[in-house]
Design a protein around this ligand. Structure first.
Ligand code: PMV
Length: 298
């Protein structure tokens, strides 16, 4: 049997602005996906312990990856540790974990770039035209600076980060939210450009905060990013409430993560994360905490 693991992702700063060339800071979460593959007569997949019906598109994904790595049919056990379809990179994480498991079964050696290319094909099957940000983040529990169309750069952290993630409502389609931001750009181009410049400054300052371990400063920059995102109407009352709850319970900063319109909130946690998680839970929110930058890269 072969096993592969990969990470979920969270955007710490810069979503939406990244579409217009501003850098975004993206992190691989400690939680992600685990994929175990064992040779079998015909493909069989289970997801979080439940058998997956044969017509599910996961079978097409598996076949695509098997052909890529020249592997015969397998029994595939997939486990996903982040909520499905919530903008936390679950699909890229499953793709990379499976690519790693199949690469291992193939007994050939594959470069990281070859694995990423396989995951890109997997992502295309599920998402049409993926930017590659999720697959890049899925590789390791670290922070990347991502500029559209460029190779992501790994950032050095002075010490690990602890973040909390809460699901603040059902996710809206990414395209719908990207279109909404594009409307703001069309209606008020000069204000929009100013906002992009502001977000660029926040992202640049955040890189210094990460390098120097100034996490109070980083949290403040996340709050400012949230304010700018809300002017583009990609926030919701539920997201605002989840951010407020986190800040009042001691979070260093909080914002939406991903495309917004629902989906998840990320909060930067202090040394004791429990009060924030408790506060979210008492409002009925599904939430969890994770570290970034502690584990070795795979
Ligand atoms: O919600 P997600 O994880 O798909 O993030 C989308 C990020 C955006 O900046 C809103 C869109 C993009 O393509 O970068």
């Amino acid at each position: 049997m072969a096993q592969g693991r990969a990470h979920g992702k969270v955007i710490l700063l810069g979503e939406h602005a990244v579409v217009y060339g501003v850098p975004a800071l993206v992190a691989g979460l400690s939680q992600g996906a685990i994929s175990e593959a064992e040779p079998e007569e015909a493909d069989r997949i289970s997801f979080n312990g439940q058998p997956v019906p044969e017509e599910h598109e996961l079978y097409r994904g598996l076949q695509l990856l098997r052909e890529y790595f020249e592997v015969s049919p397998v029994r595939l056990d997939l486990r996903l540790q982040v909520p499905v379809g919530s903008g936390l990179g679950g699909s890229a994480s499953l793709g990379l974990a499976t690519a790693r498991a199949l690469a291992d079964l193939s007994e050939q050696s594959w470069t990281a770039a070859q694995l990423l290319s396989a995951v890109h094909q997997w992502e295309k099957l599920f998402h049409g035209n993926p930017s590659g940000i999720d697959a890049a983040a899925a590789q390791a529990n670290r922070v990347l600076c991502y500029i559209r169309g460029e190779e992501p750069q790994q950032l050095q952290l002075q010490r690990p980060l602890q973040v909390g993630i809460a699901v603040a409502g059902p996710p809206a389609p990414t395209k719908q939210m990207v279109d909404r931001v594009a409307q703001h750009r069309a209606q008020e181009p000069s204000t929009f450009t100013n906002h992009l410049r502001s977000i660029q400054s926040l992202v640049e300052s955040a890189q210094l905060c990460l390098r120097e371990g100034d996490y109070s400063g980083l949290g403040y920059l996340m709050d400012l990013n949230q304010m700018l995102l809300s002017t583009w109407q990609v926030s919701t009352p539920e997201i605002e409430q989840a951010c407020r709850t986190a800040r009042q319970a001691g979070a260093l900063g909080a914002k939406l993560t991903g495309s917004g319109g629902g989906g998840c909130v990320v909060a930067l946690l202090p040394d004791d994360p429990e009060p924030i998680l408790q506060a979210w839970r008492s409002e009925g929110l599904h939430c969890f905490s994770c570290e970034i930058g502690r584990e070795d890269t795979q």
